[in-house]
Design a protein around this ligand. Structure first.
Ligand code: TYD
Length: 208
């Protein structure tokens, strides 16, 4: 493979995306691919510090400040981890990326979506995922899975998470080639199988 692949995993908190990311990473490693696993917020290095503020800061955080922190984390992540990996032929699996900001800050916090998209463009500087999985789950189930120990973002409430879910569904409708919705109420094995099928379709497309 000359150029690597950039694959993102998206969905509401508790949707099971991290489990699926790890399963795909294992599968691909066994197949002999070079795989990098990373996440937003909280990639190695500075990202870990930004994550700490975003999830655990106790005082007031304005919605605009929150957006810029996610975007600052993204710019650093793109420049220091994502681009170097993809440009050297790795498969990079990323837990959350640009679509999280559209769904959470745009739909969830109700900031202007066009502006969030514009800021995302600045943060990613031309690097977009080749494939995005959105693990779709109803809000009651996702909140149950998160449980009582909620971080700052998870404490946002049910209306917020209904809007986030709608955000992801709209993103998928607007980007049918890149974004694939997966029913996250299915079993872990069934979902893993679907993830592999979609990954293989992407590989076929790359070789056409
Ligand atoms: P994390 O513990 O990584 O949650 P999860 O395991 O569900 O990914 O926390 C990340 C939180 O940050 C999550 O609630 C989603 C939120 N988030 C945004 O609001 N905007 C963003 O741009 C990103 C990347 C994440």
């Amino acid at each position: 493979m000359n150029k690597g692949l950039f694959i993102t995993f998206e969905g509401a908190d508790g949707c099971g995306k991290s489990t699926q990311l790890n399963l795909l990473a294992e599968y691909l490693t066994q197949k002999g691919f070079e795989v990098i696993v990373t996440r937003e917020p909280g990639a190695k290095g500075l990202g870990e510090n930004i994550r700490e503020i975003l999830l655990n800061y106790n005082g007031e955080v304005s919605d605009r400040c929150e957006s810029f922190l996610f975007l600052a984390d993204r710019a650093q992540h793109i420049d220091t981890i994502i681009n170097p990996a993809v440009e050297t032929g790795k498969i990079l699996l990323c837990d959350r990326h640009t679509d999280s900001t559209i769904a959470y800050q745009g739909y969830g916090r109700q900031l202007p979506i066009d502006r969030i998209k514009m800021l995302n463009e600045i943060a990613v500087n031309g690097r977009y995922p080749d494939l995005t999985f959105v693990f779709d789950i109803d809000v009651d189930t996702s909140m149950q899975r998160v449980g009582k120990n909620k971080d700052r973002m998870e404490s946002a409430g049910k209306d917020f998470f209904n809007r986030v879910r709608q955000g992801y569904l709209d993103i998928a409708k607007q980007n049918p080639q890149r974004v694939k919705i997966i029913d996250a109420s299915k079993s872990i094995e069934q979902i893993h199988k679907t993830v592999i099928e979609l990954f293989e379709q992407l590989l076929l497309k790359q070789h056409q």
